[in-house]
Write a protein that binds this ligand. Structure first.
Ligand SMILES: *[C@@H]1O[C@H](CO)[C@@H](O)[C@H](O)[C@H]1NC(C)=O
Ligand SMILES: *[C@@H]1O[C@H](CO)[C@@H](O)[C@H](O)[C@H]1NC(C)=O
Ligand SMILES: CC(=O)N[C@H]1CO[C@H](CO)[C@@H](O)[C@@H]1O
Length: 799
């Protein structure tokens, strides 16, 4: 690659020219922390097991025993949650002899499928867990001795080994949900070898096992996400197990094709099946649609129908449970995600409402208008049904009529609508896919906030809040942090929160990470920075940004403003910010006339908008805002003079504006070197080996330009200039030139500037380049958020 092209490419690639105002908005994370950042700050710690990868399938957070149990490939692990984390214990649990061979013989993949992938870990009693694995396509369950609280033991009870059919899928990858209630395991899964027979299954207790009626077509190719017992009221006889899943059903309007729909389904814990009808089958199963959509123009709605994950936010007291659900679109052309929140009370209402009814397969669905028998299908046998003269103490006593009705009407007519009728958060145009959701309700100075943690498919966690404005206004999304938890991009498959420990446990196929929910000092050491962070966990305590604890330590004045993030109000007189604004040192930079020059300004937060002001030498007036035009462009990372004029000389101040708060980031005194001066510094002495501009004569300035590059990368690396360029700025090279913005400026720049080697040379290449060199990794096209803004610029005047 010719250095001239390099220069153009690098400049274009690195600058990321955006149209209009370079303010990316709040859906860009305010802080991005890399894998290394997190480790070195002790914000996270990783456990990958003795072989460097666990093939993690199950994670059980046991706050009672202070342990984290992990199910992996042919092994189970126990980690301690306290100071000595991980201090791992391992128990190996390979398939039975011969099973692996049999699995391969049946045509399954030896590495990917023919192992014992442990997918079920539930507490059994005070000393044991129930563990089930795929057993190389022969599901197996066993009891795992874990000891009493305070002990750290782990071993399988060899005599407890039994078949796990119906309790664990055959495959490691198929979506599956389970929960353990009253000594019995409830599972939503495909229970047969081919994975076709979807069912909800209960087994493990003294009662006969109960399953879905397979003739009934209750479930259509379901993807189970979560199973949990949720009490309806204080009567334990009314307890139900809820299943959250998506399924692919025949088109509901009787048309051709199939559609994906998300569901909440439930069964009574005390369901015993029917006596003559539905023997050993569920007699109380009902399901309803979970709706999550955004109104569009006209009556068009954008539906988010694929359920990705569900988190149950249990209330402290009095209030009803809230269900946080993460959805994605099913569309092949439009990829988007939405988070909808459902009140459990609204779900109950839908189950009390009309049943869906269809006169025949080709007919439309409507509400069932006839008489509904008593006990109402879906009702658990309880005091309500067992009144004097109504002897329904068990579902076995239910009249056949009730069971027949239940069999024919498992679906509710009305869908469950989310709180406020719309998502709390919609994310489109994401570089990553979202896979997991966890929510923490946090008390802050100005209210209660639900902090949402989202696990992506690239090994990172987004920490987000959604601020609900007044009335029906759309919520404002604030992305507080983006945390790269795993070194390599890998989908996050498990996420558990320990509010007690203020930790998130994040699992991927590789292993598990322990991540602190907050680390307030990361936001900076000034009141304004703490305030702009808008993190409900953090507040300015008068000296530093620290964990906010409501009600505690009233003596200290705490500054926090999540809703507005306005440091001007919060931080008045709190620190030397006003003074530091004046204290940012002025750095001198040089540019050559008629050539391009770049003044760099990297705001600490990508959410901040930068503004440039100029004080011309000898000008008595106050600083003027820099006028941008064809020649002077403002980019995300600074100010680009495509062709420097001697009148451009002066002192440039870059101020950032974030939530009404302005801060001086950098102050640069630009001196313009006129061509005559350059000729003295670098007399013309073209040499054959010097790089030449495309088709043109050797430039006298290539030497000056090379000098800067050499300073940057060292003389020893001379042959690696191109490599360096490609690595840092433009990987891959052809893509770099294809960038729309690049071409636009490339065309203009190349034509106008004649592809001089010096065309892209900018004084500020040096500090920018040095930083990138140290930082190493490019973060897409969206800037380098983590670099401190006010780092002193290193400038290299032509010597
Ligand atoms: C790292 O964090 C853990 C958990 O908060 C803490 O117990 C430990 O002391 C920390 N280590 C260091 C070196 O700060
Ligand atoms: C837990 O269950 C196992 C297996 O049934 C049994 O051996 C053990 O004694 C039980 N532990 C307690 C504390 O009941
Ligand atoms: C591209 C460009 O304008 N390069 C200029 C750099 O400065 C020298 C000296 O003034 C000019 O001759 C080049 O044309």
């Amino acid at each position: 690659m010719a250095p001239s092209a390099w220069a153009v490419c690098c400049l274009l690639g690195g600058l990321l020219l955006r149209g209009g105002s370079p303010n990316p908005g709040p859906s860009v994370p305010r802080l991005r922390l890399s894998f290394r950042d997190l480790l070195s700050a002790n914000r996270s710690a990783i456990f990958l097991g003795p072989r460097g990868s666990l093939d993690l399938q199950a994670l059980y957070l046991d706050e009672y025993r202070d342990r984290l149990f992990l199910g992996g490939r042919d092994a189970i692990y126990s980690l301690r949650l306290d100071q000595t984390w991980p201090d791992p214990r391992e128990v190996l649990w390979p398939p039975q002899p011969g099973q692996r061979e049999e699995c391969v013989h049946k045509g399954r993949d030896l590495l990917a499928e023919c192992a014992n992938f442990v997918r079920v870990l539930h507490p059994h009693n005070r000393t044991h867990l129930l563990a089930c694995g795929t057993g190389a396509f022969q599901p197996t369950c066993a009891l795992l001795a874990v000891g009493h609280r305070g002990e750290h033991v782990l071993h399988l009870e060899p005599r407890s080994m039994e078949s796990g059919r119906g309790r664990c899928p055959h495959e490691p990858s198929r979506p599956f949900a389970s929960t353990f209630v009253g000594g019995e395991l409830y599972t939503g899964l495909n229970a047969d070898f081919l994975g076709h027979e979807a069912m909800i299954f209960r087994s493990g207790g003294p009662r006969p096992a109960l399953r879905s009626d397979s003739d009934q077509n209750l479930l259509h190719d379901p993807r189970f996400v979560l199973a949990a017992r949720i009490p309806d009221n204080s009567d334990p006889d009314d307890d139900k197990v809820y299943f959250f899943f998506s399924e692919t059903v025949p088109s509901p309007d009787g048309g051709p094709g199939r559609v994906t729909i998300s569901r909440v389904g439930r069964v009574c814990v005390n369901d015993a099946g029917g006596q003559r009808v539905l023997v050993n089958k569920w007699s109380t199963f009902l399901k309803a649609r979970l709706l999550c959509s955004v109104p569009g123009p006209g009556s068009a709605e954008t539906h988010f129908d694929q359920l990705e994950d569900v988190f149950l936010l249990w209330p402290n007291s009095g209030k009803s449970l809230e269900v946080y659900a993460l959805f994605s679109t099913v569309s092949a052309v439009f990829q988007g995600y939405a988070i909808c929140v459902y009140h459990m009370a609204d779900i109950w209402e839908v189950f009390k409402g009309p049943f869906a009814h269809q006169d025949g397969p080709q007919h439309q669905w409507g509400p069932y208008g006839g008489k509904v028998p008593f006990p109402r299908p879906g009702m658990c046998p309880s005091k309500m049904t067992a009144q004097p003269g109504r002897p329904f103490g068990s579902t076995k006593d239910y009249p056949d009529e009730v069971l027949q009705f239940a069999r024919a009407h498992p679906l509710m007519f009305r869908p469950v609508r989310p709180r406020r009728g719309r998502p709390v958060l919609v994310k489109t145009h994401l570089a990553q896919q979202l896979r997991q959701i966890v929510v923490d309700r946090v008390e802050a100075e100005d209210g209660t906030y639900d902090v949402i943690f989202l696990g992506t498919d690239s090994g990172s966690v987004l920490k987000v809040i959604a601020l609900q404005g007044a009335g029906s206004a759309e919520p404002e999304e604030v992305v507080l942090e983006e945390l790269q938890v795993f070194k390599v991009p890998t989908p996050i498959t498990e996420m558990e929160i320990s509010v007690k420990r203020q930790m998130l446990y994040v699992g991927s196929r590789l292993g598990v990470a322990r991540l602190q929910l907050h680390q307030c000092e990361t936001y900076g050491s000034a009141c304004a920075e703490c305030c702009l962070a808008r993190d409900p966990y953090c507040a300015w305590d008068g000296a530093s940004c620290t964990r906010y604890r409501p009600g505690s330590n009233k003596r200290r004045f705490r500054r926090q403003d999540i809703r507005h993030g306005n440091p001007a109000l919060q931080c008045l007189g709190q620190s030397q910010e006003e003074e530091t604004a004046g204290l940012v040192a002025t750095t001198t930079v040089y540019g050559t006339e008629h050539n391009s020059t770049f003044l760099e300004c990297l705001p600490k937060s990508p959410q901040a908008a930068a503004h440039w002001f100029l004080q011309r030498p000898g000008d008595e007036r106050p600083e003027q805002q820099v006028k941008t035009d064809e020649r002077v462009l403002q980019t995300e990372q600074g100010l680009l003079f495509r062709r420097l004029n001697r009148l451009d000389a002066g002192t440039y101040t870059c101020m950032t504006l974030e939530h009404g708060f302005s801060q001086v980031v950098v102050r640069l005194a630009l001196e313009v070197i006129v061509p005559a001066q350059l000729d003295i510094l670098f007399p013309r002495e073209p040499r054959p080996e010097e790089p030449t501009a495309r088709g043109g004569p050797t430039s006298p300035y290539s030497k000056a330009w090379y000098k800067d590059i050499m300073q940057l990368i060292g003389f020893a690396n001379l042959p690696r200039v191109d490599e360096y360029c490609e690595r840092v700025w433009c990987p891959p090279w052809p893509h770099c030139m294809q960038t729309g913005q690049g071409q636009e400026l490339g065309g203009a720049g190349a034509g106008q500037e004649g592809e001089e080697p010096g065309a892209g040379r900018a004084q500020s290449d040096t500090p920018g380049g040095m930083r990138l060199h140290r930082g190493g990794r490019r973060r897409g096209w969206s800037g380098w958020a983590k670099w401190p803004a006010a780092a002193p610029s290193i400038s290299h005047p032509p010597s």
